[in-house]
Ligand binder design. Sequence first.
Ligand code: PEP
Ligand code: MG
Length: 835
Amino acid sequence: MSVTTPQDLLTDARIRLGARPETKEDAIREACQLLIASGCVAPEFTASVLEREKVANTFLGHGVSIPHSLGKDRDLILRDGIAVLQVPQGVDWNPGQTARLVVAIAAKSDSHIAILRRLTRLMQDDMRLSALFSTLNPSELASALRDDTAYSATSPAVDLAQTLDWVLPYPAGLHARPASVWVEAARKSGVRLQVRHGNDTADPRNLVALLSLGLRQGDLLHLSADGEHARDALDRFRQLLDSLTLQERADAQRAAVQTVPTAGAWVPPGQPVAVTGIPASPGLAIGVLHVLAKSHAEIPDLPVPLDQGADQLNNALIATDQQLAALADDTARRLGEAEARIFKAQRELLKDSDLITLACQIMVEGHGVGWSWNSAIDRMACKLAALGNPVLAGRATDLRDVGRRVLMLLEPTLQLGSLQDLPDAPCILVSDDLSPSDTAAIDMTRVVGLAIAQGGPTSHTAILARTLGLPAMVGAGPALQALRSGTQGVIDGIGGKLYLDPSEADLASARSWMTSEAARRDAQKAERSQAARLLDGHVVAIGANVNLPSQVPMAIDEGAEGVGLMRTEFLFLERGETPDEAAQFAIYRDMIKALGNRPLIVRALDIGGDKQVAHLHLPQEANPFLGVRGARLLLRRADLLEPQLRALYRAAKLGADLSIMFPMITSVDEVLTLRAVCERIRAELDAPQVPLGIMIEVPAAALQADVLAAHVDFFSIGTNDLTQYTLAMDRQNPELAPQTDSLHPAVLRLIRATVEGAARHGRWVGVCGGMAGDPFGAALLTGLGVNELSMTPRDIPAVKARLRASALTELQQLATHALAAESAQAVRALNGEAA
Ligand code: PEP
Ligand code: MG
């Protein structure tokens, strides 16, 4: 919760005396401008406040109004604050209502309640209030709103005939939104109701009176009523109050996710204005902002003879294909095959016959070639985006990206918002969205960080930024649009914040944070090849999530002791065709060779969900994440399962430390059937036994771990999916990204159940989901009793360092506290307290 003081909330600079707005809208604009100018809110805040006026009356009474923004626009508020416009002549607020003090409120937390309380009490003192309407001294106004001492009740309050006690559960206290619902209910109740807190009472039909109680979460209230049916009415009133709690908690959680400092994040010593988003790639960087304009360029429509137009289009398509091939090649060498995949996919889009036909049809209708191409791209991208499927929406972005490349060749004079005009100084790119090709083509000598309005932590931009080591935040919303190129900023990819106009002291502090962070990373790297041995000797096995033999040397270099997860579906996704047994055998053999004697866990195909393989022509499903995915597909498609198992058992004959595991297991039956197929194939090939394990990634498997453990050799927990299925939150949905948190105590409890179930049969448990690569997550998992952690190679040094600095008993205690915590945030808060 915010600790903003009344002084921070209302500075003298946000008080304007003697204002003369002609209309309510002018008054709102002028008051909001004070908030904008002092960096409390983004410029769009004003529009939100005006919008709110259409749906709610913010006139409190007694000449005071409290305009504020719509709840959904909370992210336009950069920090809590209020601004006061004194209008001595008054301005018409609503028919018959004249405002003389316009108090514009920007508040994400409950900090404005203190001021609102003073304000409403002040309204009960007409003489003092009317003095404020015309005072020439801003301090008088400021101190009247800040000083609470002048008002205290004198006579003890008395309850009405029927009573009940109720503790206010709303995290943000009783603010205007829930209070107005109380008012409406009280007015409809048909009886007299009263709300008492200590010695203060309020008639709940009166919004001012209610707000003036200044109620905060946890306050004990004495609700009372009298009149006929008073008891029933009182009970109904309480039910209504209760029914608002869920929404209030959800709102507060959203706000808290955006405001609670993340452990390990840099905390500036001053209070620079910050735009908040979702952390996407860790690190801190200082630079000038370079804001990429959205490209709404006008495309000239100059028709040319059809044969000429077709030639031009054809040449542009060929040239773009060559560009993309070169980009794929360059990206593969810089970042690896997996990152280059996107450009290979984009080359396929260029060959789409529907797209080319559509462009030609538009040309035939008499339009210019560039215009036609752009319209075709636009229509197809809109169609894909409108389907509401995140995978297809991603294709729409790719389509626009590739379309822009072709258009730049067709209309070379157009400036299409490219990255060509970067400043010479290190810069932070600020953009609504960045296409994958923009991200991969970023000039790393000049760009030091990214701040993106859209997307979630699993978007391509976020993944590429992590791979490039560029600090980044995504999902920052419209507040970014207001920023100007050239402004100095600090991007914090751990806390998900872009700080603006930092002071010299802030900059010095950021530089020293970066220096110590670099030193810390170097120290971690120096010890990365040593085991993750805890202070008391307990050792955790550390593996890498690697899909190709070519990535193995890099993983070993980062400190991997083996491969804990080889996702074989990428062999299918990358090739555009199903690799046969021989092709798969060659890859497994090369993995084994690259690993030497180190262990290799290969996961059988996990197709489905977000990993769709077009050339398998699987039926479309309404809910692919809940459909025929992973083991469910393997059990239906022997043509996919058996060649893979044959290739794996042939590889096992090379004498490797090889294990096989199956994804998306939900039941013992699935395990028994898969084991029987394995055994049949093993016997046919006269291959050795290999350990057979399963992924624990659905709650059903975690809860039945004790039963499943009897039939398998090991478990590997997929926390990415376990989190999505436990919380019922699509792991790809950027809107839910802040809440889709693997540290949620419900997920931790399922991990604990898995470990306990495994222990009953002496099985070991690994984790190969994203949680294993987060040092704090790794510490928790170790405390929960997990034996092996497998992660993105880059994460290994920091995880090893964190584990080496801890004792097992201490991590066990940490795990016990985390299991008992109320929320993921409470678990994260334990981070600062633990080693
Ligand atoms: C997981 O779900 O955590 C996991 C490792 O599998 P994937 O991310 O490939 O679904
Ligand atoms: Mg998974």
